[in-house]
Design a protein around this ligand. Structure first.
Ligand SMILES: Nc1ncnc2c1ncn2[C@@H]1O[C@H](COP(=O)(O)OP(=O)(O)O)[C@@H](O)[C@H]1O
Ligand SMILES: [Mg+2]
Length: 250
């Protein structure tokens, strides 16, 4: 894939999506630089997951554009966006419960009979997230944290260019989280672009180079962690009206 001139991998331009009277995403714009780890944060209900759905074709935007390498992909079917090299994980995991860990991995290859290359890659990625001892176990029998790790590994099966992670740390224990973060950095080192929605502010503030903050469906702030932590609009969004969430890294 040819990177575009200004080094933007994925861009949302004035994205809009309403559900009935709820303006979940209400004119949201941000640009994810190629090869960086970025964070998308905001209070509960601010529109983060809906934005991910719009970026990946799971929801059709009411308006606006999604640019991947400068090409508008808004409204394309999920599989077409997936084939462009954009993949994601889900806030609520979508692991196949009646498939084993290995079968879950192979399910995204599109091959009726996965070849040796696919099997080897699956094995390597399963090892990467420390699930080798569970490769024959059914997805439905994994803990929530293990399912998140399996989803992460599965997202890498197709060697994507852009990886969107919706709350990857939720329910994952500290040791595994550390390994997950190492993997995320390793992906970045190989030139991948990563956008993370996450409530764990340690993850966001310590691992993202740039942070986009949403509230009520719009971006209210953008910058490096040092700027976002002290940003008054961000603090107000988290503490002012809702009395929930934390913006500081502990
Ligand atoms: N499928 C849907 N139908 C109706 N309302 C929805 C739907 N998805 C999201 N919403 C609403 O849109 C708003 C944004 O939700 P969401 O994108 O899930 O926020 P976040 O991920 O930031 O918590 C919320 O008010 C939520 O209730
Ligand atoms: Mg969400």
């Amino acid at each position: 894939m040819m990177p575009d001139a200004n080094g933007i991998a994925l861009e949302a331009r004035d994205l809009r999506k309403a559900f009935g009277g709820v303006h979940a995403v209400d004119g949201c714009s941000f640009a994810v630089p190629r090869g960086k780890i970025c964070g998308l944060i905001g209070p509960n209900g601010s529109g983060k997951t809906t934005t991910f759905n719009l970026l990946t074709g799971l929801a059709q935007p009411d308006g606006g554009q999604v640019l991947h390498d400068g090409v508008d992909i808004a409204g394309l079917k999920p599989y077409r966006i997936f084939r462009r090299g954009i993949t994601r994980t889900f806030q609520i995991t979508r692991v196949f419960r009646e498939m084993t860990v290995l079968e879950n991995m192979l399910s995204v290859t599109g091959l009726a009979v996965p070849d040796r290359v696919a099997r080897e890659r699956a094995g390597e990625l399963i090892a990467l997230v420390n699930l080798t001892h569970l490769r024959g176990e059914y997805g439905g029998r994994l803990s929530y944290g293990q399912q998140k790790l399996l989803e992460f590994a599965r997202a890498l099966m197709t060697d994507p260019d852009v990886i969107l992670l919706d709350e990857p740390a939720a329910g994952v224990n500290r040791t595994l989280l550390q390994q997950l973060l190492e993997q995320i950095h390793r992906l970045q080192e190989t030139g991948k672009t990563i956008l993370i929605v996450e409530h764990d502010m340690n993850v966001i503030m310590n691992h993202c180079e740039r942070i986009f903050v949403m509230d009520y469906g719009v971006k209210i702030a953008e910058g490096p962690p040092s700027e976002i932590q002290g940003n008054e609009r961000v603090i107000e969004a988290y503490f002012g009206r809702r009395q929930s969430g934390v913006v500081h890294a502990g």
